[in-house]
Design a protein around this ligand. Structure first.
Ligand SMILES: Cc1ncc(C[n+]2csc(CCOP(=O)(O)OP(=O)(O)O)c2C)c(N)n1
Ligand code: SF4
Length: 280
C-alpha cells in the first residue's frame, strides 16, 4: 500500500471506488503529500467533503475526523467546526458543481469573511456523478450529456470569483501538475484564512466520453496537459489555455473570521458579567 495512504487514510476505504483512470485518487494522494511535508498529524486536520464523485470518492477516507455535507453546504458546516475547534486545519474537498454552482453563495461569503479553511475544488468540468451534465466550468461549445449541441453558456473562473470576494490565497493547477499542486496546497494550509485551490482533472467516463469522444485515460490526461500548456502535441495552439499557478497570495494579511467571532463573544460575555455585577 502507498505509505501515505497507510499513514493517513482508513484502510477500509482503499482502494477507491472511482472509475478506472479517474483523477480523484491521484489528487488525494497529492493532498496527503502536502499534509505530510508540513508535518501534520491525523488529529491536526478535519477533512470535509460535499456531494458528487469528488465527495463520494473522498468521503471518510481520512483516518482522522471527517464530515460529509449536503450538496453545496460544506462551507456552512466548516464554519461551525472552525468556530468550535480553531486549532484544527479544515480541508474541504468539493466538485465544481458543489463549489461553483449550488454552493457559490457559500463560497463567496466564506471568502469575503476570510473563513479559515482550505477549499480544494476538484473540477471535472461537469456534474459527473449524475451522468455528465454541464456545470459553470464546462468550456463553452463543448458537448456534454445536457448540451448535445455544445455548451451555449460561457464558463466562469471560480478563482476570479473568490479573489474578487476577498480570499487570501488563490491558486489553480491541473492534474498534470503534481509538484505545483503539492506546493500550493502546502501554502494554502499555512494561510490562517480562506484558501482556494482549483484543480482540473479528467473524468474519462462522462466528460471524456461526451466532450472528447474517448474514455481512454491517457487521451483524457493529454487533453488536460495540452490545455495547461496551450499547445497540442503537433505544436498547434489549443482552443484555450488555463492560466495556472498562484493567482493571489495575501496569506495571513487579515484576521481569520472565527477568531473575530470568538473575540466578539468574549467581549459580550465580559460586558454581561459587568452588568450582572452592577445589578448585584
Ligand atoms: C441539494 C441537492 N441538489 C442536487 C443533488 C443532486 N446531485 C448530486 S451530485 C450532483 C452534481 C455534482 O457535481 P460536482 O459537484 O461537480 O461533482 P462531480 O460529481 O462532478 O464530482 C447533483 C446535482 C443533490 N444531491 N443535492
Ligand atoms: S464518473 Fe468521472 S469523476 Fe466520477 S468517478 Fe468516474 S471518472 Fe471519476
Amino acid at each position: 500500500m502507498n505509505p501515505l495512504a497507510k499513514k493517513y487514510l482508513r484502510p477500509s476505504q482503499i482502494p477507491t471506488k472511482a472509475c478506472h483512470g479517474c483523477g480523484i485518487g491521484m489528487i488525494e494522494n497529492w493532498l496527503l503529500q502536502a499534509i505530510d511535508e508540513l508535518g501534520l498529524k491525523q488529529e491536526d486536520v478535519v477533512f470535509g467533503t460535499g456531494i458528487g464523485c469528488v465527495g463520494r470518492q473522498t468521503f471518510a477516507t481520512w483516518g482522522g475526523d471527517n464530515f460529509g455535507a449536503t450538496h453545496g453546504r460544506a462551507l456552512a458546516v466548516a464554519t461551525g467546526i472552525k468556530l468550535a475547534q480553531p486549532e484544527r486545519r479544515i480541508l474541504v474537498v468539493v466538485g465544481d458543481g458543489d463549489a461553483a454552482s449550488i454552493g457559490t453563495s457559500h463560497l463567496i461569503h466564506a471568502a469575503r469573511r476570510n473563513l479559515g479553511v482550505t477549499v480544494i475544488c476538484e473540477d471535472n468540468m461537469g456534474y459527473e456523478s449524475t451522468g455528465g451534465q454541464f456545470s459553470p466550468t464546462t468550456p463553452a461549445g463543448y458537448v456534454t450529456n445536457s448540451s448535445p449541441y455544445g455548451m451555449v453558456e460561457p464558463s466562469f473562473d471560480p478563482c476570479d470569483v473568490v479573489k474578487a470576494a476577498g480570499a487570501t490565497f488563490v491558486a489553480e493547477t491541473t492534474a498534470t501538475q503534481w509538484h505545483q499542486t503539492v506546493k500550493v496546497v502546502k501554502k494554502a494550509l499555512q494561510n490562517d484564512g480562506f484558501s482556494f485551490i482549483h484543480v482540473r482533472f479528467p473524468c474519462n467516463e462522462n466528460f471524456g466520453a461526451y466532450a472528447l469522444g474517448t474514455r481512454d485515460t491517457l487521451k483524457n490526461l493529454e487533453w488536460i496537459y495540452e490545455h495547461t500548456q496551450g499547445r497540442k502535441a503537433d505544436g498547434s495552439e489549443t482552443d484555450f489555455t488555463w492560466e495556472t499557478g498562484i493567482k493571489h497570495d495575501a496569506s495571513n494579511s487579515r484576521p481569520e473570521f472565527t477568531r473575530l467571532l470568538r473575540e466578539m463573544n468574549a467581549r459580550v460575555q465580559s460586558d454581561l458579567a459587568d452588568k450582572m455585577a452592577a445589578r448585584a
